[in-house]
Design a protein around this ligand. Structure first.
Ligand code: UDP
Length: 244
């Protein structure tokens, strides 16, 4: 890995199609490989610029995939286009489908108690071949018990939804406890469980999913201000590239 990466304002993204990525994940599951997937959006790219330790954690992950249309636009604008957007949610869905096909062991961590319960119930109902070895909400005081449980249950996939950077820091610290595919999936359980709706297909196709989320959750406005700031940095980087 790390062969074909595209640097966007300091974060290095893998440049592959979703199909190629899924093939790697299938191989990893077959080999019981220990892998860490991160799914940065513009907000995470900006956070990584401010925090060197976080930046190293992101760039040292096994897969750095572009979640968010801003990343695709930024890459294109810098003259180093990426194949396609691959979201954390799509990755979660692929891994769950693959786990069902391969009868793999899955551990879920994060989100509110009722959301993680609904996600676990959905897995048991719709993906009966999955061996759901454990699940826990993301509002815990003592993480050591959860980590012990993960080490003990030896899952093949650990889906972590604690928000960023919490989930990436957690995975980086504990990934050696189980040879699994570890992935930070942000608010994906909220959507997977049906608690929150993802934007309709047409809105997704128009690249307006960010707008849909803003209308549904206006408190995200502070976080969304990262997008114009990011686009501004992209145009500055583009200008200095063309000067070189
Ligand atoms: N969360 C959690 N523990 C915390 C903080 C957040 O489990 O201490 C969960 C929260 O319930 C939500 C997810 O982490 O399910 C983060 O969602 P957000 O929408 O912020 O993530 P995004 O998809 O934007 O990265």
């Amino acid at each position: 890995m790390h062969k074909n990466r595209v640097n966007i304002l300091g974060t290095e993204f893998d440049n592959f199609t979703a199909k190629q990525f899924h093939q790697y994940l299938d191989d990893d599951l077959d080999l019981k490989a220990n892998k860490f997937i991160v799914t940065p959006n513009p907000e995470i790219v900006l956070s990584a610029r401010k925090d060197n330790n976080f930046s190293k954690i992101i760039n040292n992950a096994d897969y750095v995939i572009p979640d968010g249309i801003g990343i695709i636009k930024g890459a294109k604008s810098l003259g180093t286009p990426l194949h396609e957007r691959i979201t954390g949610f799509d990755t979660l869905q692929y891994l769950i489908t693959a786990a069902n096909r391969k009868q793999a062991k899955v551990f879920l961590l994060g989100a509110k108690p009722e959301v993680i319960q609904a996600s676990a119930d959905k897995i048991k109902k719709d993906y009966p071949q999955i061996d759901l070895v454990g699940y826990h909400d993301g509002y815990f005081k003592d993480e050591s018990k959860i980590v012990e449980e993960i080490a003990d249950k030896k899952p093949n996939i650990v889906l972590v939804a604690l928000g960023s950077p919490k989930q990436e820091l957690f995975i980086n610290k504990y990934r050696d406890q189980a040879d699994a595919i570890w992935v930070g999936v942000g608010g994906s359980f909220d959507v997977f469980s049906g608690t929150k709706k993802r934007a309709p297909q047409i809105v997704q196709k128009l690249n307006l999913e960010w707008f849909y989320r803003l209308v549904k959750e206006p408190t995200r406005i502070g976080r969304m201000l990262a997008i114009p700031k990011y686009m501004n940095l992209i145009s500055k980087a583009k200008k200095s590239n063309t000067k070189d």
